[in-house]
Design a protein around this ligand. Structure first.
Ligand code: ZN
Ligand code: FE
Length: 255
């Protein structure tokens, strides 16, 4: 039985995601940007929080952990490399581990790039992946204490998931990402269509999530670093994909 997945806005532009197992009633939050909105949704749905799965240690992903833990006594799981900086941590996981939430089985992928100790959670039976700040709709997270090489490898790996996989990311940055993507991939028709849709969605005050791996492969420049048109737009024809990734991210930082 697939999970019920509910994604909603929290703080300014963070996403909270709840994943509910119908069979057992177990419910996981993917990251905890802020406790109050998560509690509100749990109450509305009549769900009890059993787990928090943490993608990375940045404050806007962990600040809600302790109040949620106090309220529900839920179990907190995070990557072993980030362990010392996760409040209320109960379980450390690493590449290849499986995290059980009721009958749901999440896979753990190490996806460095935004930070060196970032992890993502796959949920193959629901055809979903929770990528935190590694991959954003039409973009990716800024590189802090990691490298363009690691980022490229992580994004490429996420791109190996089936096209229909639903992608749940950590922030609503789609509009800015779409506008930037148009500057480096101007001939991409699917991108133009999607960017226009995103302008409308945001103008109406709605959210652009979630995305799919197939859609990202067609419109996200960081998953298209091998595309000649993008390389041309950057003046880097035939350049190494890592160099393209670094250049794209650098340009976006000052966009
Ligand atoms: Zn972050
Ligand atoms: Fe973040």
């Amino acid at each position: 039985m697939p999970a019920i997945i509910h994604q909603f806005l929290s703080r300014e532009d963070n996403f909270a995601v709840l994943v509910h197992d119908l069979q057992t009633g177990a419910t996981a939050a993917i990251d905890a940007p802020e406790a109050a909105p998560i509690m509100t949704v749990l109450k509305q749905r009549g769900w009890r929080l059993t787990d928090i799965l943490v993608t990375h240690r940045h404050l806007d992903h962990v600040e809600g952990i302790l109040p949620l833990k106090e309220m529900y006594g839920c179990k907190v799981t995070a990557g072993n490399k980030a362990a010392s900086e996760i409040p209320g941590l109960d379980m450390q996981v690493r590449e290849g581990d499986t995290v059980k939430v009721g009958n749901l089985a999440f896979g753990v992928w190490e996806t460095p790039g935004h930070c060196y100790d970032h992890i993502s959670f796959t949920l193959p039976r629901s055809s979903a992946v929770f990528v935190g700040d590694t991959l954003f709709t039409m973009g990716c997270g800024r590189i802090f204490d990691s490298t363009a090489e690691a980022l490229h490898r992580s994004l490429k790996r996420l791109g190996t998931l089936p096209d229909e996989t639903t992608v749940y990311c950590g922030h609503e940055y789609t509009l800015s990402n779409a506008r930037f993507a148009l500057t480096v991939d101007p001939e991409n028709r699917q991108l133009k269509t999607r960017a226009a849709e995103v302008e409308q969605i945001r103008a109406a005050g709605e959210l652009t999530q979630p995305s799919t791996i197939g859609l990202e492969k067609a419109t996200n420049p960081y998953l298209r670093v091998d595309t000649p048109a993008i390389q041309r737009a950057l003046g880097m024809e035939g350049a190494d994909p890592v160099a393209i990734t670094a250049e794209l991210r650098k340009r976006k930082n000052s966009f």
